[in-house]
Design a protein around this ligand. Sequence first.
Ligand code: GDP
Ligand code: MG
Length: 163
Amino acid sequence: PGGLVAIVGRPNVGKSTLFNRIVGGRIAIVEDKPGVTRDRLYALASWNGRGFRIIDTGGLDFGGSDAIVKSIRAQVELALEEADAVIFLVDGISGITPADEEIAGRLRRAGKPVVLAVNKLDNPNRMIAQYEFFRLGLGDPFPISAEHGLGIGDLLDAVVRRL
Ligand code: GDP
Ligand code: MG
């Protein structure tokens, strides 16, 4: 009921942290190693009285660096097939990477509703980092800190509007 929201993004940007923050439990496994989440994880969430399902697409198995690229592609294809809206998560500390550009291109061509969230903006000094991401052509970036719970309300307002 209420639609399906998929979180996509390359490994280590904070997808599982954001998923846990939105769901309000500790369902996904978060670790420093990229790709640690083992399973695709669905959960129920709600915002402003609006219920939706959310999926952390980071849970695909992969081994080497070649496999990582394939896994990211698979995640994005899955999200585009199943989801009603996509949260594309990027890392505001590392800036735009080639993998981010590839995902952005795929999302732009698909025409599904996408909300771009720039994570790890934990304090005001880092806020400036969000503007670089306008270049991905996916509209206004939403600055967040999944770890500290900053910017999540504005992000979810935008997500729920697109369901
Ligand atoms: P995933 O691979 O995209 O699922 O990323 P994870 O959620 O596992 O997080 C990867 C790393 O980024 C972990 O070390 C997290 O603690 C860290 N991280 C996640 N969100 C934030 C954040 O808002 N700020 C900072 N500084 N680190 C974060
Ligand atoms: Mg994860």
